[in-house]
Design a binder for this molecule. Structure first.
Ligand code: FMN
Length: 349
C-alpha cells in the first residue's frame, strides 16, 4: 500500500500520492450559465479533504455551443475565472493539486444547446445529425481551447487536461471511423491528430513553462496498436501526461487479458501504453479496491490511478485506505450517472 502514498512529479509539479480524481461532471450543481456554484465548491473541497493527490475538475466547456448539457461548467469567457479560482483555492488549501478538463462535445451536443451540431465530418445516425466544420471553424475552435487554457492558468489551476476521449469532438477528429475529411485535418493519423497537436502547441506558447498540459485519450482509437502510436506522437509533441480511457466508442481491444491482471481491458491497455512511453500515465476505469490500485503502482505498471465513482461514494476513500479503515464502496447503481441528480448517491442519503 505504501507505494500508493509516495509522491510523483509531472514535470515540476509534485503530486503527494498516486491517486487522482478523474473528471466527473456534476451537471445539477452549476446553474444554466455554467458558473461555479457553492455546491461545486463544497464537492471539490470534500474530495480534496479526502486525500486525493490530484483532482481533475470535470469537463468544462470552451464554447457555449459545445456544451453537453445546459448546466455544464463553462470557461468561454473571463467571467468564469473568479468562480473557477474558488475551486482551485479549496483544493490547494487541502494539499491537492488541481487541473481542469477542457471540453467540446461536437456531435454529442444536444439539440437543446445548439441547433447546429458540428463535427469533423458530416454525420448522421438516428436522430443525431452533424455537419463538417469548415477550416475557419476549426481554427476558431482551437482558439477556444487555447483561451480556455489561458483562463484556467489565470484561475490558478496547475494544468489542464484536453478531453480527447469518450466520443466528444476531439475523438471525432482522431477516429478513422468517422473522420473522412480530405484536407489536412483528415486522412492519415498525423492529420487526424492535428487538431489536438495545434491546440497543444498554441497553449504551450501562451502559458508559463511549468503549466501542465496533458490529454485524456482512448486506448481503442480504433485499436490498441493505433492508440500506442498516438501516445508516442503525443509524447514527442511534449504532452505532460496521458490519461487512458476509451475513444470514439467502447469497442474493447482485441486479445486476451492475462487472467491474473487486476483490472479490465481499459486499465490493461494503459499498462501497455506505459511500456512504450516515458511520460506519466494515469489508468482509470473500475479500479475499486486499494489492492488493485496498489498492485498497479507497486509493479510500476502505471504512474497514477484515477478512482472516480469510488471517491464519489466515499469522499474519504484515499484517507480511509491510507489509515486502513473501511471504505464505503461504490454500489454501481448509477444514480451518479451524468450527475443529473448528483445528490442521489445512496452512500450520501
Ligand atoms: C457522474 C460521472 C460523470 C463523468 N463525467 C466525466 C467527465 O466530465 N469527463 C470525462 O472524461 N469522463 C467523465 N466520466 C468518466 C469518469 O471520469 C471515469 O472515466 C469513469 O467513471 C470510470 O472510472 P471509475 O470506474 O473509477 O468511476 C464521468 C463518470 C461519472 C460516473
Amino acid at each position: 500500500m505504501s507505494t500508493l502514498f509516495t509522491s510523483k512529479k509531472m514535470r515540476n509539479l509534485e503530486i503527494k500520492n498516486r491517486i487522482v480524481l478523474p473528471p466527473m461532471v456534476t451537471f445539477s450543481f452549476a446553474n444554466e450559465e455554467g458558473f461555479v456554484s457553492k455546491k461545486n465548491i463544497k464537492h471539490y473541497e470534500n474530495i480534496a479533504k479526502g486525500g486525493a493527490g490530484l483532482i481533475i475538475v470535470e469537463a468544462t466547456c470552451v464554447n457555449q455551443k459545445g456544451r453537453l448539457s445546459q448546466d455544464q461548467l463553462g470557461i468561454w469567457s473571463d467571467d468564469y475565472i473568479e468562480g473557477l479560482s474558488k475551486l482551485v483555492q479549496v483544493c490547494h488549501e487541502n494539499d491537492a493539486k488541481v487541473m481542469i478538463q477542457l471540453h467540446h462535445a461536437g456531435l454529442r451536443t444536444p439539440q437543446a444547446v445548439t441547433g447546429d451540431r458540428i463535427s469533423s465530418s458530416n454525420y448522421q445516425k438516428g436522430d443525431i445529425v452533424a455537419r463538417a466544420m469548415t477550416i475557419e471553424e476549426i481554427h476558431a475552435l482551437q482558439d477556444d481551447f487555447i483561451q480556455g487554457a489561458i483562463r484556467a492558468e489565470k484561475a490558478g489551476f496547475d494544468g489542464i487536461e484536453l478531453h480527447g476521449a469518450h466520443s466528444y469532438l476531439m475523438t471525432q477528429f482522431f477516429s478513422s471511423k468517422i473522420n473522412n475529411r480530405t484536407d489536412e485535418y483528415g486522412g492519415n493519423l498525423d492529420n487526424r491528430l492535428r487538431v489536438a497537436a495545434e491546440i497543444f502547441k498554441g497553449i504551450k506558447k501562451k502559458v508559463k513553462e511549468d503549466f501542465i498540459v496533458g490529454i485524456r485519450m482512448g486506448c481503442n482509437e480504433p485499436d490498441l496498436e493505433t492508440s500506442i502510436v498516438m501516445a508516442k506522437k503525443f509524447e514527442t509533441l511534449g504532452m505532460d501526461f496521458l490519461h487512458i480511457s476509451t475513444g470514439f466508442d467502447n469497442t474493447p481491444i482485441k486479445g486476451e487479458i492475462p487472467e491474473d491482471f487486476p483490472g479490465n481491458w481499459i486499465v490493461y491497455s494503459a499498462t501497455k501504453i506505459k511500456e512504450q512511453v516515458d511520460i506519466p500515465i494515469i489508468a482509470v476505469n473500475s479500479i475499486k479496491t486499494p489492492e488493485q490500485a496498489s498492485y498497479l503502482i507497486e509493479h510500476d505498471l502505471v504512474d497514477f490511478v484515477a478512482i472516480g465513482r469510488g471517491q464519489l461514494a466515499d469522499h474519504n476513500f484515499v484517507n480511509h485506505i491510507k489509515d486502513r479503515k473501511e471504505i464505503a464502496t461504490c454500489l454501481g447503481c448509477k444514480p451518479c450517472r451524468w450527475f443529473t441528480n448528483g445528490d442521489q448517491c445512496p452512500r450520501h442519503l
